[in-house]
Structures are given as C-alpha cells and as structure tokens.
Ligand binder design. Structure first.
Ligand SMILES: O=C(O)c1ccccc1NCC(=O)[C@H](O)[C@H](O)COP(=O)(O)O
Length: 212
C-alpha cells in the first residue's frame, strides 16, 4: 500500500505546486495567528482553488470556536479539519458542525500519551500523532520536534492514523519502515526558515516517501 503524504503549512502557489507535482495526497493550511504559517481564509481559498480534486485540503486549527470553523468551511475549500489541543467533546461537536473529515492531534512524549487517542473514538476520523512541544511553546506543532517512534511499537491504533513531528527528507524513509505509518505529515522539515517552504525539500521529501 503506498504511503500518503500531507505537506503542511503551505502559503504560496509555488510550494503548493511542488506538493502537487511530487504526489502529495493532502496539503495543510494553518489558521492560527501566532504561527508563521498562518493564512487568512481568503488566502487559503485562493490556494485551495489551485488544487486538483484528488489532493485534499486540511485546515489546521488550535481549539477553534464555532465561528472560526464556520467561516473556514464556508470560505475555503476544506476537505478536512485538523484539531490541536481540542478536547474529545469539542472535537465531536466540530466534526458535526463542519461536516468534514476530522483529524485529532495527539501530542506524544511518553507512552502514556498514546492513551489519549482512544478518547477520540466516535469523535474524530483520524489521529495525528505529533511530538509534544514544550510547556509554554507558542505552537503545538510545526516546530520540527520528533518523538521516539518506538513508543508506537505494538500499538493497537484505535483509529486510522498519521505520523508527524520532526520528519524530513533524510529520516522519513526510516520513520515509515520503523512505524508502518500509512500517512506522514511534514512542515518545518521542508522549510528553509520558519514558514518559508523550500520547493526542492518538498520534492526530496515526496521522493523519499515514494522510495520507502
Ligand atoms: O505548523 C504550524 O505552525 C502549526 C501551528 C499550530 C498548530 C499546528 C501546527 N502545525 C501542525 C502540523 O500539522 C505540522 O505539520 C506538524 O506539527 C509537524 O510539524 P513539523 O515537526 O515541523 O514537521
């Protein structure tokens, strides 16, 4: 089964083009003002209009309120929503409200953190295992941090899942072999500076996934 790839935090047509040309299955648009990747809904809609129908647009949010989700879904062409720091109850509510495939981010540092995934059964469609960022960090993701992939050994994933956190063109092949991830997600590993995507790194990442 080929591994799918989400390139997250895109903000220019050039980077979007590299993701599409390299075979990404998903692209991520971040709606979180403190992030260097933050987009307005209009900007995201303009980018989404460039996507072929087989590439899915994922809106990335941090515990969003209903208005934010409503605006994002009506303005942009979002196929899915990805929720960070959002409780299972809120996640279930947003899934109903948005009528979109819903991904719940689970922040992982220790094996006990994996238990949180089970709480999203019935609330989310997919779990995104991401590295836990330090207490007080400005962002819950997109910081190039990875967690110990061995923590996933023997895991019976309660939902379809995505591997994220600190992936890059050099380590993604090993990450896929080690974990059996069906989908991998990357942001800062394909950037030249925070929020600045590098088209060559996007191409190299997608090539490394294809070769894995
Ligand atoms: O990327 C951001 O700026 C961001 C901001 C707020 C919430 C989530 C965010 N990113 C989530 C992602 O899906 C990233 O792709 C994921 O955390 C992996 O990032 P990286 O370790 O930099 O590859």
């Amino acid at each position: 089964m080929p591994v799918s790839t989400k390139i997250c935090g895109l903000s220019t047509p050039e980077a979007l083009g590299a993701a599409i040309a390299g075979g990404a299955s998903h692209v991520g648009f971040v709606f979180f003002p403190p992030s260097p990747r933050h987009l307005s809904f209009d900007r995201a809609a303009a980018l989404a209009s460039l996507l072929p129908s087989h590439v899915r647009a994922v809106g990335v949010f941090v515990d969003p309120d209903d208005d934010t989700i409503g605006q994002a879904v009506t303005t942009g062409r979002l196929d899915a929503v990805q929720l960070h720091r959002t409780s299972p109850d809120r996640t279930a509510h947003i899934r109903r409200l948005s009528a979109r495939e819903t991904w719940a981010a689970v922040a992982v540092k220790a094996r006990a953190d994996l238990h949180a995934a089970g709480h999203y059964v019935g609330a989310a469609d997919r779990i995104l295992y991401d590295a836990k960022t330090p207490d007080g960090a400005a962002l819950p993701g997109g910081m190039g941090m990875r967690f110990d992939w061995a923590l996933l050994d023997g895991s019976s994933h309660p939902l379809p899942w995505v591997l994220s956190g600190g992936l890059d063109p050099n380590n993604v092949g090993e990450a896929i072999r080690r974990t059996g991830a069906p989908i991998v997600d990357v942001s800062s590993g394909v950037e030249s500076a925070p929020g600045v995507k590098d088209v060559d790194k996007i191409a190299a990442f997608l090539q490394a996934v294809r070769r894995s």
